[in-house]
Write a protein that binds this ligand. Structure first.
Ligand SMILES: [Zn+2]
Ligand SMILES: [Zn+2]
Ligand SMILES: [Zn+2]
Length: 262
């Protein structure tokens, strides 16, 4: 039976956990699940590794998880905690000796081009330094045997793209990070998925991120088999929070792997 594996490369908010210069209980915690690099996942099938976002921790995450091949990269939005490891993609284009396909909404692609101008300039003296093939996301697209539907999510002044992965009309995974709400349209797109990954920054409300109570409410409407919360800040203790969550809802942590048969 074919399977899909979801690897949590990072599960922390923009500054990571522990935070520089913080001596709070969570930042000093010895529980490795409280050590969160910046939020990203790898979606693997037998044939392909699809990376979602390139965090400033990308190199460390790939070495730690022994990710030696990436066949495509999807971007959710251009906040620095999701794009700043972009330059480290060059190792994957070198290993494949091919252009690496990257997928992003037009606004996100423009911001990546602005931040990494040297990669995109035609006249660059180091042409070939990072070989990428940009694709603008303007609707559903396919990678291997997976159909990927982009889902706009409100995130302050930004729009994040969530991604719903489907095979043979069976929804396998909905990945919704960095959002302050899940709209009716986004609920409908994710409804019936096997696995849901959802932003949950902390307990207190936040203007641009879901907190735990709003994330749990959204998950209860989507009704996946399993929900994993991610993008947590240093106010969240893994051991404490996991005891408070409803059945079939879990706190993700770096290095967690979830396998799905389909
Ligand atoms: Zn983020
Ligand atoms: Zn702290
Ligand atoms: Zn963000």
């Amino acid at each position: 039976m074919p399977s899909l594996t979801l690897t949590f490369l990072g599960t922390g908010t923009s500054q990571g956990v522990p935070m520089i210069g913080c001596s709070c209980e969570i930042c000093k915690s010895l529980d490795p699940r409280d050590q969160r690099t910046r939020t990203s996942v790898l979606v693997s099938t037998e044939k392909e590794n699809i990376l979602i976002d390139t965090t400033p921790d990308l190199r460390f995450q790939c070495l730690r998880e022994e990710v030696n091949h990436v066949h495509a990269v999807l971007f959710t939005h251009p906040h620095t905690d999701h794009i700043m490891g972009f330059d480290d993609l060059r190792r994957f284009s070198e290993l494949h000796d091919a252009e690496l396909p990257i997928y992003a909404a037009p606004m996100t692609m423009a911001k990546i081009q602005e931040a990494f101008r040297f990669v995109f300039e035609e006249s660059r003296p180091w042409k070939g330094y990072l070989r990428i093939k940009p694709y603008l996301i303007e609707g559903s697209f396919s990678l291997g045997d997976l159909e990927i539907t982009p889902v706009p999510l409100a995130h302050g002044k930004m729009t994040t793209l969530g991604f719903v992965f489907t095979r043979n009309k069976q929804k396998l995974l909905a990945y919704y990070t960095d959002c302050q709400e899940v709209s009716l349209e986004a609920l409908a797109h994710a409804s019936g998925t096997q696995v849901l990954v959802l932003d949950a920054l902390r307990d207190k409300p936040h203007p641009t991120h879901l907190n735990f109570s709003s994330a749990i409410e959204a998950a209860q409407m989507i009704k996946p088999k399993k929900t994993f919360f991610t993008h947590c800040c240093h106010e969240v203790s893994h051991a404490t929070k996991e005891k408070e969550l409803p059945a079939d809802m879990f706190l993700a942590y770096d290095q967690l792997k979830v396998s799905l048969d389909y």
